[in-house]
Design a protein around this ligand. Structure first.
Ligand code: NAP
Length: 361
C-alpha cells in the first residue's frame, strides 16, 4: 500500500522473480508466497497454519506485481443498516479489520459508496499505516441519493471519476490506490470507453496503481482492454449462481484476477444471507463439508478456488471467527469427484435450480 508518508518507491513487495510470467493474475506457489511474505521457505518444515493462514492454496500476482493471498476480505458489511452510514459498533469493526489482517488477509475490498465513505474511513482508522503486504481495492462510479438503497445510481463522467479516485485516496490515506475499480458498466453520462480512459489517465498520474472493472459485460471488458490493461474483474459469481461465467472466461483471457463478490451467500444478489443454499444444493454440499470437517461456506470458497487459478473471492463478514474460517478454506483440498458434483449444481452461465437471478448490480 502506498501511503502518503512514503511518496516514492514500490507500493508493495514485488513478487519473487520465479512468479513473473505472461499472466497478470499468475498464481504464485504457496512457497513463493511465504518467501515473499516473511522470508521463510515453505520447505522449512513450519506447519502451514503457523506460517500464513491463507498460504494453503497458491496466491496471485495482481497486475503482475502485487502478491495477494487467494482469499480476500470484503469490508462492505462494516457499514450501517442498508449500507448507509457508519458501522454501529465502531470498535468491533476496527477489531475485525485488524484481526483480519493479523489472520492473514492480504486484500481488503471496499468502495466509496459503502456508507458512502464510512467504510473507507473505517479501514483507514483501523489499518493505517498499512502493512507493506496489504492490498486495498476500492471502487468509484456509484452514488447514493439517500438512505434507501434504490437511490443508488451510476456516474462516469471524467470530472466525477477524477474527483472520486482522489477523494478515495484521501480517505484511505494513501498517495496511490493499489486497485481502483470502475464500480459498474452502467453509467450513461459518459461512454464506457471514456470512463476507462479516465481511469487510465489517473493511473498515468499516479493516483491509482491498477485498474479493475466491476459488474461489466464481457464485451465491455474487451472494449476496456483496447484502452488499457485491466488487472482485476469483480462480479457476482458463486457455487449456485454462475451467470457471469463468460465474464470469468474473459477475465482469464485478459490475464486479470477474477474476484467474485458474495461468494459464500448462496442467494441471488441483494437477497438475505444464506450460506446453506437451497435444499438441492445442501444435499450435495453438506456431505462434502462433513467429509472434510469443514463448513459449507468453506466448501463454497474451496470450489471457487478449484474453478479457476484466477479466482480471488472476497467473502464479507462482521465476525473474526468467520474471517479465519474463510481464510482456512484455501487449505481445503476437494477431490476430483467432489469438484465434479459441486460443479454440476449449476450450469455455467445460469443459476442453480430455477429462473435466472436478477442481473448483477
Ligand atoms: N462489486 C460489487 O458490486 C459488490 C457487490 C456486493 C458486494 N461486494 C463485495 O463483496 C464482498 C462480499 O459480499 P457480501 O458480504 O455481500 O456477501 P458474502 O461474503 O457472500 O456473504 C456475507 C454474509 O455471509 C456471512 N458469512 C460470511 N462468512 C461466513 C461463514 N464462514 N459462515 C457463515 N456465514 C458467513 C456473513 O455474516 P457474518 O457477518 O455473521 O459473518 C454475511 O451475512 C463485500 O463485502 C463487498 O466488498 C461487491
Amino acid at each position: 500500500m502506498t501511503e502518503q508518508t512514503t511518496p516514492t518507491g514500490p507500493a508493495a513487495t514485488t513478487g519473487p522473480s520465479t512468479t513473473t510470467g505472461p499472466s497478470a493474475a499468475g498464481r504464485e506457489t504457496a512457497a513463493d508466497r511465504t518467501s515473499a511474505a516473511d522470508g521463510t521457505s515453505a520447505a522449512d518444515g513450519t506447519p502451514a497454519a503457523d506460517r500464513t493462514p491463507a498460504a494453503g492454496r497458491a496466491g496471485l500476482l495482481l497486475g503482475g506485481d502485487l502478491p495477494t493471498g487467494p482469499i480476500g476480505y470484503g469490508a462492505m458489511r462494516l457499514t450501517g443498516p442498508g449500507l448507509w452510514g457508519p458501522y454501529p459498533d465502531r470498535e468491533a469493526g476496527i477489531a475485525v479489520l485488524r484481526g483480519a489482517v493479523d489472520a492473514g488477509v492480504t486484500l481488503v475490498d471496499t468502495a466509496d459508496v459503502y456508507g458512502p465513505h464510512t467504510n473507507e474511513l473505517l479501514i483507514r482508522e483501523a489499518l493505517h499505516p498499512y502493512p507493506e503486504h496489504l492490498v486495498i481495492a476500492t471502487k468509484g462510479g456509484f452514488v447514493r441519493g439517500g438512505r434507501d438503497l434504490s437511490t443508488i445510481s451510476a456516474i462516469g463522467n471524467r470530472q466525477y471519476l477524477r474527483q472520486s479516485a482522489r477523494l478515495s485516496a484521501r480517505r484511505l490515506g494513501v498517495e496511490r490506490i493499489d486497485l481502483y475499480y470502475l464500480h459498474s458498466g452502467y453509467a450513461q453520462d459518459a461512454s464506457f470507453e471514456d470512463q476507462v480512459a479516465t481511469l487510465a489517465e489517473l493511473r498515468d498520474e499516479g493516483v491509482i496503481r491498477h485498474i479493475g472493472l466491476s459488474n461489466v459485460t464481457p464485451e465491455q471488458l474487451r472494449a476496456a482492454r483496447a484502452v488499457v490493461d485491466i488487472a482485476a474483474v469483480t462480479a457476482h459469481y458463486n457455487l449456485v449462481d454462475r451467470q457471469q461465467a463468460e465474464l470469468l472466461d474473459a477475465a482469464v483471457e485478459a490475464g486479470a484476477v477474477f474476484s467474485p463478490w458474495q461468494p459464500v451467500s448462496l442467494t441471488p444478489p441483494g437477497d438475505a444471507t444464506d450460506t446453506a443454499g437451497p435444499e438441492a444444493v445442501r444435499r450435495v454440499v453438506e456431505p462434502v463439508a462433513r467429509r472434510h470437517g469443514a463448513t459449507t461456506a468453506q466448501v463454497a470458497l474451496a470450489w471457487l478456488l478449484a474453478r479457476s487459478p484466477a479466482m480471488l473471492p472476497v467473502p464479507g463478514t462482521t465476525g473474526l471467527a468467520h474471517v479465519r474460517e474463510n481464510l482456512a478454506a484455501s487449505d481445503l483440498e476437494l477431490s476430483a469427484d467432489e469438484i465434479r458434483a459441486l460443479t454440476a449444481l449449476a450450469p455455467e452461465g445460469a443459476t442453480a435450480g430455477g429462473p435466472a437471478a436478477p442481473g448483477t448490480r
